[in-house]
Write a protein that binds this ligand. Sequence first.
Ligand code: G16
Length: 542
Amino acid sequence: MIRTVPTAPYKDQKPGTSGLRKKVPVFAQENYAENFIQSIFDSLEGFAGQALVVGGDGRYYNREVIQKVLKMAAAAGFGKVMVGQGGILSTPAASHVIRKYKAFGGIILSASHNPGGPTEDFGIKYNIGNGGPAPEKITEAIFERSRIIEEYRIADAADIDLDTVGSFDLAGMTVEVIDPVADYAALMEELFDFAAIRDLISGGFRVVIDSMGAVTGPYAREILEKRLGAPAGSVRNATPLPDFGGHHPDPNLVHAKELYDDVMSADGPDFGAASDGDGDRNMVVGKGMFVTPSDSLAIIAANARCAPGYADGIAGIARSMPTSAAADRVAEKLGLGMYETPTGWKYFGNLMDAGKVTVCGEESFGTGSSHVREKDGLWAILFWLNIVAVRKESVAEIVRMHWAEYGRNYYSRHDYEEVDTDAANGLMDALREKLASLPGQTFGDLKVEAADDFAYTDPIDGSISTNQGIRVLFQGGSRVVFRLSGTGTSGATLRLYVERYEPDATRHDVETQAALADLISVADEIAEIAKRTGRDGPTVIT
Ligand code: G16
């Protein structure tokens, strides 16, 4: 039986960079999740009888919301829902399942790299039939709907047993509980040279993956330990836990420090990697070398032909605006198209669908390709292992040789988290007012060449996105970028991105913060970060 439930709108259901993310107690308010789910369905057309994919990163509240989605999908008229066993599907795996089975779309439950638990973060995101995050046109429609919603519809039925693979009936709709790993692992085996990686590992190359108590554990175990022959225990924190074991599942130098220190220690592994809550982010560390996400994109693009899935070369590269220009130099040399988009994986979808780009990346530890329409942590890790196995050089050697050939883009991001929202908005407004007067001004040795508020016109559908971050570009290719995060759940997070290009290989060994020191202080001078935020330094430096 389908029940129609009267409800009242919540005013704060505007999706951010990647879906709606809020604290669990916010989602647990009466009808809060239901309102948003119904708003998604009300914003879509033509799904009657079609399939929907549902899964999440296993965080606290995942199972409860999955049951709601199943019952509401049945009431909305979907023909089938495919859900990962245990409610688990990594974000890239969900994208793959949507594409492989030609589903109408998917709902992914995750707050990505943010902590999980009864008072921590949760999220709901809608992905379209190409497997990628819904474009702004749809997220805007969902938000508009959520502001006026008056009722939702739900099937009165018992909960589905999410732990048993098989087909079940829910009020006339089929629920297929699927193995969350199998399709994804098979795809990775098609793309990469597993035989070469197996030889590398059996030859003594030690690989460690930290799944951070989050979703990639079962995927990494199947692929690294079972299919590639790494010893048991090579995947750490491999069981997805509702609170990620108390970890902050963000693979960066702060939250994956233990792994980093281990790889850097004298008798540590040769290669370390980590993924985030929902498996789309990655961090890659080789002995003596942390690979910045921006360099990772450039190096993967330059070496793409090492992997069987990319043996014919790549069509083009895209990166988000704050990501360093390292990949641009590769595109130029290889004669490939290069696209600079706003922050958010959703902006890559059209370019990939149109065949303009194959490989995409973001400074926020995201790298991926057109094999799915999300960034893909394990994909990036396997790509690196494939490159190391084929080139028979260490990560550090590969990175250094890349810099020697293309020059080095020194790069760092400084985050000021949980800043007062008014102060953060005030800082950005003041910067916008200064934009016109900045070009031509000199700060020490740095002369401003241009300054703007980044706007993007999608080359495929012509849609325009404005206010995507303030860029101050200096002569010689250095720049600072200021942006407010669209994924935080408390206060505002100010991001400062700093980049300096150094073509001279004799100057490639400077410590990153030292290499960027003058730009960092100029950024503070221009934006008055310390004064306006009341902070004497960033919360996180990556
Ligand atoms: C999401 C988006 C990414 C974006 C990142 C950071 O990642 O999918 O495209 O780069 O947020 O966004 P912001 O700087 O606005 O916080 P994830 O891994 O959180 O889904």
